[in-house]
Write a protein that binds this ligand. Structure first.
Ligand code: TMP
Length: 214
């Protein structure tokens, strides 16, 4: 076994409810006496939160998707070294709102960075520390975009770089996440996120019980 903890990630397009579901799952696990660390990407350390701000405001956009890929990977390296690996080595469970699949979908499939570059950076930065389980929260395009619009202004970012993209970008994103799920059936489970928060949370819990607690 690589480490005693468990690593769970939530992925999906804009407005899928990842952070809410991550919190609800953390509560269920904590109630079972499991020590949980919840975190997010880009973010989780002061340096990585700075990259988050630069990414979400679009300040990195003029530098192009290749630079965005380098920057989110650097943020991930810091996050893994400072937060994720130490917690897993301590036997804690780590739940991250987004991780490396987001780079593959946003910078790779939807923005055109070649898979060779994404694969190489992932190998260097993530190595063997892939998530034990990834919950892909899937939502019809329109629902996700409407939900994301109603959240505008959160985190001090009025004009989110990705909320601004056209429908085709978001359609590509959704397909990219589906491809990732198809290619990684042992790790990724698709959850229908177009339902009430409570129903989504029950589905998530069932998957976690089946895959990691049985
Ligand atoms: P969110 O957590 O509110 O979805 O915001 C994070 C944003 O960052 C989201 O638009 C997706 C984007 N992102 C990337 O473009 N690449 C990445 O590698 C990650 C982790 C996130």
């Amino acid at each position: 076994m690589k480490h005693p903890g468990k690593f769970i990630t939530f992925e999906g397009g804009e407005g899928a409810g990842k952070s809410t579901q991550a919190e609800l799952l953390a509560k269920r696990l904590t109630d079972k006496g499991i020590e949980v660390v919840t975190t997010r990407e880009p973010g989780g350390t002061p340096g990585a939160e700075l990259v988050r701000y630069l990414l979400k405001t679009g300040m990195l956009e003029p530098l192009g998707p290749f630079t965005e890929t380098i920057m989110v990977s650097a943020a991930r390296d810091d996050h893994l070294n400072e937060v994720i690996r130490p917690a897993l080595e301590d036997g804690k469970w780590v739940i991250s709102d987004r991780f490396a699949d987001s780079t593959r979908a946003y910078q790779g499939s939807a923005s055109g960075v070649e898979p060779e570059i994404i694969n190489a950076l992932e190998r260097i930065v993530v190595g063997d520390d892939q998530p034990d389980l990834t919950l892909l929260l899937d939502l019809p395009l329109e629902t996700g975009l409407d939900r994301a619009k109603s959240r505008a202004g959160e985190e001090g970012v009025e004009d989110d770089r990705f909320d601004r993209q056209d429908k085709n970008f978001h359609k590509n994103l959704r397909e990219a996440f589906h491809d990732i799920a198809e290619q990684n059936p042992d790790r990724v489970v698709v959850v229908d996120a177009g339902r009430l928060k409570r129903s989504v949370s029950s589905s998530v819990w069932k998957v976690v019980q089946d895959r990691l607690l049985s």
